[in-house]
Design a protein around this ligand. Structure first.
Ligand SMILES: Nc1ncnc2c1ncn2[C@@H]1O[C@H](COP(=O)(O)OP(=O)(O)OP(=O)(O)O)[C@@H](O)[C@H]1O
Length: 552
């Protein structure tokens, strides 16, 4: 532990005065409002380090951080681990609102009564609620709230556990989520730090509370500390963001002299059809990769239906052998330890130059070994299984794109690892059919990728977080950043709805780019096969948004 005056920002980061005050604030709630790339998430990571290292969060108490998306929660957890090391980071719990609510339900489930009572092995299913047996994601926060409101033990437990609470992307907090935080912590000893940007408020349709940052400041007597920097984007990109800010929140505009410079690229590309668009963007991506840009630093953003809008680009990239991940379904899945285990096993079988995957496999799979002798026996069994499986997939009878064989091999491997080890991978795996559902989802995701070109190694690269470029909806890209961003389809037919909401989404999309932003539109997009709902073939560029790209 170090004294307060001995603490310096980790990695020698220079923090602007308000950021430094927010990071080192000892006993007051704080709300930090700032634009994209201002370092709000970084501020939380630095604050975690300050609190843990100086003992402001005294052992055994913990810090709770609540985000909206799985990726954002993981991002923050990893930043704290990198900054503070695993020992201190072990007292940092970074959850999504859903995961936080589920924890409360799992720990205090007997407090739920009547229609809300749940069996110990209840399931979560997006489709429907079945009394006692199954709830939907939308039920998680209200049920957790009911527990906290009614049960003094639950309330006391939370308050004793957490001395500090962080709220990331707070502008998108819904009424129920806010109520949960307020009920759990308002009269408590916990100190709260909320960060957000009202211009990035993109969840209004899902009930994000209007003016929640202001409400929080009043309810929690929080000190308001705005930030002014943008550490992410190059000058040209910042000027574009600034032109949008002038429209969305004139008071937050930066003075021109702070945004001078020729750094950064913005391109607006106009195409006749989605096929021309796909060919040109695939070529552009190919040139970026050849120049040395890492695949994980390239993102394709689409407002809605990325699997349809970006389908032509997906085929074009597959044709060029460029791995990509459509994160409509895989983003949350790859964060699951069981999916990582399944993919690592297939990786080791399909490609024998994967020492890291093999080591990871051993690390996870050998957990049940009680003694060295047992570990070495397990090691032998695993080696034998891997070499037999490799022989099968390299044998003359095996066609690479044959999903059934891969499934059998994976199931044999999981059996060897044993059920208790698998269920110990994550707290939720003991419950209901969650573990088996995730195994099936991982295998289905692999099958889908395998069906593209029948090549298991490429299928895995597409599922990887490092080797593949990412296709994301704007909602999924919140809080993330990339060197190169392509916003596909800046068209009236995609950016429809309430103008303020559509503008906020466009703002979130363009502000993810560090260096290079490409905005596209096509005049015509063929109706994809099998789509019977609304689909406009003829498209109009969203001129108002595209105009922000042009310097005056
Ligand atoms: N004080 C700092 N000095 C240098 N770099 C910083 C600093 N703070 C943050 N950064 C870097 O700037 C980038 C943006 O930071 P961060 O993601 O925390 O911004 P944010 O405010 O959460 O953005 P957004 O709201 O757009 O998601 C990151 O790459 C981060 O590492």
């Amino acid at each position: 532990m170090i004294r307060l005056d001995q603490w310096h920002p980790v990695d020698d980061l220079v923090l602007e005065p308000n950021a430094m005050s927010a990071v080192t604030m000892s006993d007051r709630n704080v709300v930090v409002a700032a634009g994209p790339g201002a370092g709000k998430t970084e501020l939380l990571a630095q604050r975690a380090d300050f609190l843990l290292r100086t003992g402001q969060c005294p052992y055994p108490r913990r810090i709770l951080a609540v985000s909206f998306k799985v990726d954002a929660a993981r991002n923050l957890r990893e930043r704290v681990r990198r900054r503070s090391g695993p020992r201190l980071a072990a007292r940092f719990d970074s959850f999504t609102f859903h995961a936080f609510a589920k924890r409360i339900i799992d720990n205090f489930r007997p407090a739920l009564t009547g229609y809300n009572a749940l069996n110990p092995d209840y399931r979560i299913d997006p489709k429907a609620r079945i009394e006692g047996e199954q709830i939907t994601f939308a039920d998680l926060v209200p049920l957790a709230l009911e527990i906290i409101e009614a049960n003094a033990y639950a309330q006391g437990g939370l308050r004793q556990t957490y001395s500090h609470v962080f709220l990331d992307e707070f502008q998108d907090c819904t009424r129920q989520q806010y109520q949960l935080i307020k009920t759990a912590f308002s009269h408590a000893t916990a100190t709260l730090t909320a960060v957000g940007d009202t211009k990035q408020r993109i969840m209004a349709w899902a009930g994000a509370l209007d003016g929640v940052m202001q409400t929080f400041a009043e309810d929690f007597s929080a000190r308001s500390l705005p930030l002014y920097q943008n550490f992410r984007s190059a000058a040209r990109l910042r000027r574009m963001q600034n032109r949008m800010i002038a429209r969305m929140d004139p008071g937050a505009v930066s003075p021109d002299e702070e945004l001078k410079g020729d750094d950064g690229v913005i391109e607006v590309l106009d195409f006749g059809t989605e096929r021309h668009e796909a060919q040109a963007i695939a070529q552009l991506i190919d040139s970026w990769l050849r120049e040395g840009t890492a695949p994980s630093e390239i993102a394709i953003l689409v407002r809605q239906q990325p699997h349809l809008v970006a389908a032509a680009l997906g085929s074009e990239l597959a044709g060029c052998g460029i791995p990509f991940r459509n994160e409509q379904d895989s983003q949350d899945l790859t964060a699951e330890p069981i999916a990582a285990l399944v993919f690592n096993f297939v990786r080791v079988i399909a490609d024998d130059r994967q020492p890291d995957a093999y080591t990871e496999l051993m690390r996870v799979a050998a957990r049940s070994s009680a003694s060295e002798e047992e570990a070495s026996r397990f090691d032998g069994q695993l080696k034998r299984m891997v070499s037999e499986a490799r022989a099968i997939v390299r044998g003359p009878m095996f066609r690479n794109g044959e999903p059934a064989t891969w499934r059998t091999l994976v199931h044999e491997f999981l059996q060897l690892v044993s059920r208790p080890v698998l269920t110990a991978l994550s707290a939720g795996y003991q419950q209901g059919t969650r573990l088996d559902d995730l195994i099936e989802q991982a295998l289905d995701a692999f099958d889908r990728e395998l069906a593209i070109d029948g090549d298991a190694v490429r299928a895995l690269r597409r599922l990887s977080e490092v080797d593949a470029i990412r296709f994301l909806t704007i909602h999924k890209c919140k809080g993330l950043e990339f060197e190169k961003v392509v916003v596909l389809g800046v068209e009236e037919q995609l950016f429809w709805g309430k103008p303020i909401a559509a503008m906020a989404e466009f703002f979130v999309a363009i502000s993810r780019a560090k260096q290079h932003l490409v905005l596209t539109h096509a005049k015509h997009r063929d109706r994809p096969k099998g789509v019977t709902g609304r689909w406009d073939e003829w498209r109009t560029p969203h001129q108002r948004f595209l105009d922000f790209a042009h310097e005056d």
